[in-house]
Design a protein around this ligand. Structure first.
Ligand SMILES: NC(=O)c1ccc[n+]([C@@H]2O[C@H](COP(=O)([O-])OP(=O)(O)OC[C@H]3O[C@@H](n4cnc5c(N)ncnc54)[C@H](O)[C@@H]3O)[C@@H](O)[C@H]2O)c1
Length: 335
């Protein structure tokens, strides 16, 4: 019989999605951890985790030789500290997005994972959203031809979410939430090579950064694109994403039960849209955890490893820097 993966999970708010993913994949949970006893109790009761497996200090996980894999869902500012400590202790780590808030922290995580010989996955969960998985399949199949333009937006009203660690200037909306849209474009069409951005600040006076940013960018091979991030928007949460190719166009998002595909016919025109049904699963933590577990078991290489997470951080920082300086920024992906 296949040995169960023994896991532990730190941060019991969004991190509960990782607990669910681990449970669904049949892992054995050795510990859940939160420094807030109330969050810990609520998660423990919800998933019937016994008292002795509920801990408030993540360092106890590092010391537990039975734990193979750990998920980290604490405030972004702490990703590097916890991830590195757990990697050094010989654990495989699934760290929430964004991998880090600075290039230095991203580099430190990569270095530590390399030295420890352990896997570090970044939780760019949109890569497991069914509509986006399908979009990737269509783009890679060549069905819409050569891509010449792509755009993605991250529109999410943070009005009641930012009275905490999210109000840190280092946690600019473009990296905090916008990293989802940036990572999606990187995945679908490649790394942006040039970035120019504008920002504005009209909705969230409580944060020390722009709450809306637009970036235009160049990719390799003559592809151009756009990112829009609004963290104060008055609308439902969306990550609407469009990919334009020489033979067709794809329109999709994270919350709709279908996506739209136009493909040019024999006359070169795209007349009728194809409506493709997709499952709505915006936080597909079960699939994300399965990919992590598969990589640990050596079944499949890890696509969203620390280097991949660092490249998304780099592209986000380039957008933030361009918006602040008014200059074109050329991201450096040499991680
Ligand atoms: N993938 C997604 O779509 C998605 C969605 C939401 C949040 N996130 C990410 O998940 C992470 C957590 O976000 P959240 O919304 O759950 O934040 P939160 O502030 O709601 O919860 C964080 C939890 O971590 C605990 N915590 C903080 N420091 C800790 C430490 N050192 N040890 C143990 N517990 C600690 C807190 O007590 C709290 O319960 C962030 O990195 C965030 O960017 C990702």
């Amino acid at each position: 019989m296949k040995k169960k993966l023994v896991t532990a999970h730190v941060g019991m708010k969004f991190g509960m999605a990782h607990v669910e993913g681990a449970l669904q994949s049949g892992a054995e949970i050795a510990a859940i951890c939160d420094c807030d006893p109330e969050a810990l109790r609520a998660a423990g009761e919800r998933y019937a985790i016994p008292e002795e497996k509920r801990i408030t200090d993540y360092r106890r996980i590092a010391e537990d030789p039975d734990v193979e894999a750990v998920t980290v869902a604490v405030p972004d500012q702490q990703h590097a500290e916890l991830t590195c400590a757990l990697l050094r202790a010989g654990k495989h780590v699934l760290c929430e997005k964004p991998l880090a808030l600075t290039r230095e922290d991203a580099r430190e995580i990569i270095r530590t994972a390399d030295n420890a010989g352990r896997l570090c996955m970044v939780g760019q969960i949109c890569r497991f959203t069914p509509a986006f998985e399908k979009a990737k399949q269509i783009v890679d199949s060549g069905e819409i031809g050569e891509i010449y333009y792509a755009e993605s937006e991250y529109a999410h009203d943070y009005m009641y979410l930012v009275d905490n660690w999210r109000a840190d200037p280092r946690r600019h909306g473009v990296i905090g939430g916008g990293c989802h849209a940036v990572d999606l474009l990187r995945w679908l069409v490649g790394d942006p090579t040039e970035v120019f951005a504008y920002g504005t600040h009209k909705l969230l006076p409580q944060v020390p950064y722009d709450d809306a940013t637009i970036a235009v960018m160049k990719f390799g091979g003559g592809v151009i694109g756009k990112i829009f991030v609004s963290t104060g928007c008055k609308r439902d949460y969306t990550m609407r994403t469009l990919v334009y190719g020489t033979k067709g166009t794809l329109i999709c998002d994270n919350t709709s039960p279908s996506m739209t595909l136009f493909v040019a016919g024999a006359d070169g025109m795209a007349h009728e849209p194809q409506i493709i049904p997709v499952q709505v699963n915006n936080h597909n933590a079960a699939r994300e955890f399965e990919v992590f577990a598969d990589a640990i078991r050596g079944n499949k290489p890890l696509e969203t490893d620390a280097r991949e997470g660092a490249k998304t951080v780099e592209a986000c920082l380039a957008i933030i820097e361009s918006s602040a300086s008014g200059k074109v920024v050329y991201p450096d992906y040499g991680f």
